[in-house]
Write a protein that binds this ligand. Structure first.
Ligand code: MN
Length: 376
C-alpha cells in the first residue's frame, strides 16, 4: 500500500494554515488540518478556559474566562516538542498566539512584577527562537475581548460571535486580579478598579517593544500585534490601542525592524469605524510587516457587528487575496474564529468550510482578476 502524502503544498505562494487551541493540539487535529489542506499551524499554548465552561459567551462575563494563575513560562522543551510533533504530521508551526496573561500581567498593568516579567518574556522569546518558532502573535490589551456575545448571528442561524455596545455595560469595571479576560492572581479586597488612558497604554507598549524586539530580532522570532477586538475606543475603563487601521503605523514606528510586525486580523480591521481594509492590507503587505493573517469576515462595525462565514460578510475576500498576490505576500493565513455548523462536529465543520474556501482563493490567485480597490 503506498504511503499517504505527508502534505499537500498549496499551489500559490500564500500559505493556508489552521489555528488550534491548547486542548486541540492533538495528533488527530493535526491530521484534520493536513487533510483539509492546511500546511501550517498557529498554536495557542494558553488554556483560556481552565476551570470554566469553554463558551465564548464568557467574553461578556464580569469575571472573565478561565484562571491562568498557575501557568508556567513556556520553555524550550515544550515549544520544540510542538514543532517536532507537527512535523511528524507534515505540518510547520507558523506562530504561537497570545501570551498567558500570567506571564505579562504587570507589563500590561505597569505593576510591581514588571521587571521580572520582562526578563521572563525575553527568556521565552530566546527559547522560542531556538525551538524553531518563527513568530509569536500577541494582543497588547487589558480588557481583551470584553463584550463578545455568542448567538445564532450567522447565515442559517449558525453560532458566531457578535458585539453590540448597547447590549452590554462597556464601562463595567475589571475585577482585581483579572486582565485580558483571565484571572492571573487572587483578588485583593478593596482594590481600586484599573483605569488606563490611551497615552499610558501607548507608553507601556513602547516600553515593552523597546525591550523585547531586539531580543526577538536576535532570536529570529517576529512579534506580531493583533489589533483590538472589539476595536472600541475604550472598554471597562481601559484604553484600546490599535482601534483604527492608521494606528498600526504608530506601532510599527516604535521599533523599525521586521521583528516588530503585525498579526493582521481582517475582521477586526473591518469592524473599525474608520479606515479601509483594502488600503491597510496593501500598505502592510508592501511594507513586509505582516507576521500572519487572521482571514475572517464580519458584518457591521463598532458599535454593532457580528462575525460571518468568510463568503458572507462585508469584506470581499477574493479582493484581499488579489492584493496579497499583487504585493507578493508569501506568509500564512488562518481562519481565526469562524461560525460553527450544526452537525456532529460544529467547530471542525466550520473550520473545514473556511479552509476549503481559502484554498480555492489561493489556488486560483493567478486567475483572479485585477484588484479593483487600488488607490488612484
Ligand atoms: Mn483575530
Amino acid at each position: 500500500m503506498p504511503a499517504p502524502s505527508a502534505s499537500t503544498p498549496s499551489s500559490g505562494p500564500i500559505k493556508v494554515g489552521l489555528g488550534l487551541y491548547r486542548d486541540s493540539l492533538t495528533p488527530e487535529n493535526f491530521r484534520f488540518a493536513a487533510q483539509a489542506g492546511a500546511t501550517h499551524i498557529v498554536a495557542h499554548l494558553t488554556n483560556y478556559f481552565a476551570g470554566r465552561n469553554p463558551s465564548l459567551s464568557r467574553g461578556a462575563d464580569l469575571d472573565g474566562w478561565g484562571d491562568c494563575s498557575g501557568d508556567v513560562l513556556w520553555d524550550y522543551e515544550l515549544m520544540a516538542g510542538l514543532v517536532t510533533d507537527l512535523r511528524a504530521e507534515g505540518l510547520e508551526l507558523a506562530a504561537l498566539e497570545n501570551f498567558s496573561p500570567r506571564f505579562w500581567s504587570d507589563i500590561l498593568l505597569d505593576g510591581p512584577d514588571k521587571a521580572r516579567q520582562l526578563e521572563d518574556m525575553k527568556r521565552l522569546i530566546r527559547d522560542a527562537g531556538r525551538a524553531g518558532v518563527p513568530c509569536i502573535g500577541y494582543n497588547f490589551s487589558i480588557a481583551g475581548v470584553w463584550g463578545w456575545t455568542r448567538d445564532r448571528y450567522a447565515r442559517g442561524g449558525a453560532l458566531s460571535v457578535g458585539f453590540d455596545a448597547a447590549a452590554i455595560d462597556p464601562d463595567a469595571p475589571i475585577p482585581d486580579g483579572v486582565v485580558w479576560n483571565m484571572r492571573y492572581r487572587p483578588a485583593r479586597p478593596g482594590a481600586e478598579p484599573v483605569a488606563v488612558s490611551h497615552e499610558e497604554l501607548w507608553d507601556r507598549l513602547a516600553g515593552f517593544l523597546t525591550e523585547v524586539v531586539p531580543v526577538a530580532a536576535e532570536a529570529g522570532v517576529r512579534l506580531a500585534a493583533h489589533p483590538d477586538d472589539p476595536p472600541a475606543d475604550s472598554l471597562r475603563g481601559t484604553a484600546r490601542l490599535v482601534n483604527d487601521p492608521g494606528k498600526y503605523d504608530r506601532l510599527l514606528g516604535i521599533v523599525d525592524h521586521p521583528a516588530n510586525a503585525v498579526e493582521l486580523c481582517l475582521g477586526s480591521i473591518q469592524e473599525m469605524p474608520t479606515g479601509d481594509v483594502y488600503d491597510r492590507v496593501r500598505s502592510l503587505a508592501r511594507r513586509g510587516a505582516i507576521g500572519y493573517i487572521h482571514f475572517r469576515n464580519v458584518r457591521g462595525k463598532v458599535p454593532r457587528y457580528y462575525e460571518t462565514f468568510i463568503d458572507d460578510g462585508d469584506i470581499d475576500m477574493a479582493e484581499i487575496v488579489r492584493i496579497l498576490r499583487d504585493e507578493g505576500f508569501d506568509g500564512v493565513m488562518v481562519p481565526d474564529h469562524t461560525p460553527e455548523l450544526d452537525c456532529g462536529a460544529p467547530w471542525h465543520a466550520g473550520m473545514a468550510y473556511a479552509l476549503g474556501y481559502m484554498r480555492a482563493l489561493v489556488n486560483n490567485a493567478e486567475t483572479l482578476g485585477p484588484s479593483w480597490s487600488a488607490a488612484a
